[in-house]
Design a protein around this ligand. Structure first.
Ligand code: 9MR
Length: 589
């Protein structure tokens, strides 16, 4: 049934009276009314979902909280359901409400929603909070009160005495050699540092800078470097790049896979962590993700030479050397179990393992080609070019190269232009498929319609990154449907979903309080560090926690122990930060 909408201006006076003064104000708040808990942009689509079979076809009103007037009335949709959930939803739409203000949804006999706002720059704060998380994740420096408020803490993990693990020896560095490898971000809920994930995250954040430079430049996160002339986004990325450079063996250009304690640390403060840390095995995927992100950073950091003299040249050299190592050692995939059979101590922390390095070869060759213009890199990129578009995730980075080629397509030589053209077609095919009929799904979003959408880290590795891809499709075509579908995924992440959570700590009226995050768990502060995106529903339940449901889109638990649904991680954080900033930029410029 088609929803019927009436503007209040056209209502008869008695109806106006009925809806302003006679609607019972004591309607209870009903948490089955799900919406983006931050609110809506004035000119964009506004949709909420009610998870209640009874809601279909019912009338609803939108009431302005300040004036107490009903400003819009409509009818809920027919019932909707998915193949994997017993729940039935009904959708309500009120995009006609465009005046900034504070509102609630009211549905007689069901209840009212929590209040929400309509305003410009809706996502500005959350994008900044998303980026600020990287400051909180910094190792080896004190996190000071003037930047971090109550989440200040002393420095942890100086990493100035890191040991070469027996798996990582080279002629100049026998096992047990001590090297210094400070700085960088903690990877996630744990305290280790992993090159594969670092390279990917740096690439995502750099892409934000390349795609939306004007927006990125004005992002002020109040960090120690805020006073210099470099945008905070690049200062933040620099902190991690500086660490990554120390992970390259100067003797041969190969890059260690990770810097880690043998097993995960307990849930203790960074300053209390005393276990020996090691650099472990060089790998082809780490070396290529390093080469890719360094080459990308090298072309960007030329603009901040004043604050970081010589850094750009240094990164390009390091990138070339890592790439050559990978070309010589293409089969050096990281295999933790095999490594543990041969060397001690055994290492049981995150693996970031991979079955193929083809996508990493493609990304690294692409970045080196775009930065240097050298045909040799283009030839290698062509050799490893993907057959179809896949969303950017740490384990498949081909779309990182794809998006770089699209970004620079116009400036490339003929062969480069051709490859960029192919990549554009692949991306558009993906975006068209993913957005088809999204508005008809139970939560009226492209993401969340398929049981495959729910897995470890899906809030980022399926919802946020798909949103980023829609924004590319919108930039390429100027077709509003892609922009709207990006907004729909953001609405999903921020509350219009099956659990009713806004998955960002400190935002919305129902957000995670107990993320699997050692920093938040050990700081003696009740609220978690703000701005963290948690992993999301994961029917894999690999952590063995007592989840409230078996339904794929409800397999989420706000429990500190739930690393499979409630952890945070820099790659997820990078994608969400990029998505929210890019969306705010797209809706503001
Ligand atoms: O993000 C990773 C996810 O794709 C994998 O399925 C999962 C299991 O291997 O590991 C995730 O990465 C974790 C890493 O190995 C260690 N630090 C925490 C990361 C987030 O859970």
């Amino acid at each position: 049934m088609k929803a019927m909408h009436f503007h209040c201006l056209s209502l008869l006076p008695f109806l106006f009276c009925f809806y302003t003064s006679c609607t019972p104000k004591e309607l209870p708040v009903n948490d089955s009314i799900r919406l983006n808990q931050l609110g809506f942009y004035p000119s964009e689509e506004k949709i909420a979902v009610v998870v209640d079979e009874e809601a279909a076809y019912k009338k609803f009103s939108i009431r302005n909280e300040e004036t107490n007037n009903v400003v819009f009335q409509g009818v809920l949709s027919s019932p909707r359901s998915s193949s994997f959930s017993p729940e039935k939803t009904a959708v309500l739409s009120f995009s006609e409400v465009k005046t900034p203000g504070r509102y609630r949804i009211e549905i007689p006999s069901i209840g009212k929603s929590e209040p929400f706002v309509v305003k410009e720059r809706l996502l500005q704060d959350i994008a900044l909070a998303g980026l600020k998380v990287f400051y909180y994740q910094r190792t080896a420096m004190p996190i000071e009160e003037q930047y971090a408020g109550k989440w200040n803490r002393p420095a942890g993990h100086p990493d100035d005495r890191v040991m070469i693990h027996p798996s990582a020896v080279s002629p100049g560095r026998p096992a047990g050699t001590i090297i210094s490898s400070p700085k960088g971000w903690y990877d996630a809920g744990d305290y280790n540092k992993y090159i594969v994930n670092s390279g990917f995250t740096v690439g995502v954040l750099l892409s934000l800078f390349e795609d939306y430079p004007d927006y990125a430049i004005q992002m002020n996160t109040n960090i120690p470097e805020s006073a210099n002339s470099t945008p905070d986004l690049l200062d933040e990325i620099h902190w991690n790049l500086a660490w990554m450079l120390t992970m390259q063996d100067p003797a041969d250009g190969g890059v260690y896979h990770k810097l880690t304690t043998p097993g995960f640390e307990g849930f203790i403060k960074p300053v209390d962590c005393k276990k020996q840390r090691y650099v472990v095995a060089k790998s082809v995927t780490a070396s290529l993700d390093f080469a890719a992100s360094m080459a990308q950073a090298a072309r960007i950091f030329t603009v901040v030479e004043a604050d970081y003299p010589g850094f750009s040249d240094k990164m390009l050299k390091a990138s070339r050397n890592a790439f050559e190592w990978a070309m010589r050692t293409p089969d050096a995939l990281y295999k933790q179990n095999e490594m543990n059979e041969r060397f001690e101590p055994a290492v049981t922390t995150g693996t970031y393992g991979d079955r193929s390095a083809d996508d990493e070869f493609f990304w690294a060759a692409t970045e080196l080609y775009v930065t240097t213009g050298e045909e040799r890199y283009l030839a290698i990129a062509e050799q490893y070019a993907p057959a179809q578009f896949t969303l950017p995730v740490w384990s498949n980075v081909s779309s990182m190269g794809c998006m770089t080629l699209i970004r620079y397509g116009k400036t490339l030589d003929e062969k480069g232009k051709m490859l960029a053209g192919k990549m554009k077609t692949q991306l558009m095919d993906y975006a068209d498929n993913a957005s088809r009929n999204a508005e008809l799904s139970p939560y009226a979003a492209p993401y969340g319609r398929d049981t495959k959408d729910f897995f470890w880290g899906c809030n980022s590795d399926a919802a946020s990154n798909q949103g980023i891809v829609f924004l590319y499709a919108w930039l390429l075509t100027n077709d509003k449907k892609y922009l709207t579908n990006a907004i729909r995924n953001m609405d999903y992440i921020l509350g219009r979903n099956a659990t009713g959570y806004c998955y960002i700590t400190g935002y919305g009226y129902k957000s995670p309080m107990h993320p699997h995050h050692r920093l938040s768990a050990s700081d003696d502060i009740e609220e978690p560090i703000p701005g963290l995106l948690t992993g999301g529903p994961n029917p894999g339940k690999q952590d063995g926690c007592n989840y409230p449901s078996d339904v794929p889109d409800e397999c989420y638990i706000d429990d500190e122990a739930s690393y499979a649904s409630n952890e945070i991680a820099i790659n997820w954080q990078g994608l969400f930060t990029c998505f929210s900033a890019a969306l705010d930029a797209a809706l503001t410029e």
